[in-house]
Design a protein. Structure first.
Length: 384
């Protein structure tokens, strides 16, 4: 079990570098390709929307075939496509390549969670998932901070070259481990597609799990692509500093993964979920106050820490929605989460472009996240 978790963590780390790596260089991309920053910020939507939409298909395929084989294929295409992004000469080409990268990235993290769910008993699963989240947050942290540094040193194209190359190197190193897992593949059977998802959505807890991650993604992650723009309006023009601020979220996630066992023992799931919603709401209020960047960094650490109070608990519930169709369940989780991430920049962008401003959207998000944490705390219960 330990070897499998370590291998999945390694794969997740390498592919998580992609998730926030573009955010710190949005102003550079906008300048380099002659588009508005609000347009360049839609590269986040271009990645996350197809990531989400492909989830039902990839989840079903993972349940039918070998999960590790599907991960390998997706990593290969993801790496090649991301390197190609570095050669894009116009925004339309870059967006098209980001869409393809998003589609293939959707076959890694959710399926890796399903692999862990197949091999770890439910009583130990939250700690195991915490280890995978540690890898994801490490990737997010290095991806955001490293992208800012690379952007300042050699430009935004270097960010795509570096992350694509790391993905392909990780794939070459992971393939021998995948072969050693002796995974028994299923068979292609379209007749199982609808029953699998019927089993997932037939669980009454599904609406709370999926609804919560959808709202988290819109109102928390939707502001991420605009942080570099907000900082620039305050006179902070360095992509490195924007990357450090956004990387604070990853630092907070790392702190959570180190403390997850102690937090669960001290507070229990229900209190963690309620507290997570309220602390995320506080973090959005701080962003609305437009504080100096060191304060914003500390705030993003708090956001990353508190986000997983709620999200980490939700992921465990998702793996038990339909044990016989676990990859379909985790794919459904990612579908709603990344649909939310795709819509988030649009929601915040409307606030910026319409003259309403970003502050009312942030305050609305604070109210929604508080309510989400409390509803999940009251409605989600595990059967012993």
């Amino acid at each position: 079990m330990g070897r499998v978790l370590n291998l999945m963590a390694f794969v997740i780390f390498a592919t998580s570098l992609f998730m926030r790596s573009v955010d710190p260089v949005i102003p550079q991309i906008a300048s380099g390709l002659n588009v508005e920053p609000t347009t360049a910020a839609l590269l986040s939507t271009g990645f996350t929307l197809p990531y989400a939409l492909i989830q039902p298909v990839l989840g079903a395929l993972a349940d039918m075939f070998s999960k590790t084989r599907l991960i390998s294929i997706c990593m290969l295409i993801l790496g090649l496509t991301t390197i190609a992004c570095g050669f894009a000469t116009n925004f339309e080409t870059l967006m098209t390549l980001r869409v393809l990268a998003g589609i293939t990235a959707g076959g890694v993290f959710p399926i890796a969670l399903a692999v862990a769910g197949d091999r770890v008993p439910v009583a130990q699963r939250q700690v195991a998932i915490g280890k995978l989240l540690f890898a994801a947050m490490s990737g997010n942290l290095l991806g955001a901070s490293g992208a800012g540094v690379i952007g300042d040193l050699i430009g935004w194209r270097g960010v795509f070259f570096a992350t694509g190359a790391i993905d392909l190197i990780a794939l070459m190193l992971a393939i021998p481990g995948f072969r050693g897992m002796n995974e028994t593949p299923g068979r292609f059977d379209l007749s199982s597609f609808i029953p699998n998802y019927r089993a997932v959505f037939g669980n009454p807890l599904a609406k709370y799990c999926f609804g919560a991650v959808f709202l988290e993604a819109i109102f928390l992650f939707g502001v991420f692509p605009y942080m570099a723009v907000l900082l620039r309006s305050e006179g902070v023009t360095s992509a490195s500093i924007a990357g450090v601020v956004i990387a604070g979220f990853g630092v907070g996630g790392l702190i959570y993964t180190i403390m997850v066992s102690r937090l669960l023992n001290s507070f229990g799931e229900r209190r963690l979920m309620a507290a997570g919603g309220m602390l995320m709401a506080f973090g959005l209020v701080v962003i609305a106050l437009r504080m100096p960047w060191p304060v914003e960094f500390a705030n993003f650490v708090l956001l990353g820490f508190s986000f997983y109070f709620l999200h980490g608990c939700l992921q465990v519930y998702v793996t038990e929605l339909a044990p016989g169709a676990r990859a379909s369940a985790t794919a459904g989780h990612s579908f709603f989460f990344f649909i939310g991430q795709a819509l988030g920049p649009v929601v915040y962008g409307l606030g910026l472009s319409s003259g309403i401003g970003i502050i009312p959207v942030l305050l609305l998000g604070a109210v929604v996240l508080t309510a989400t944490g409390w509803i999940c705390a009251l409605r989600l219960h595990r059967k012993n």
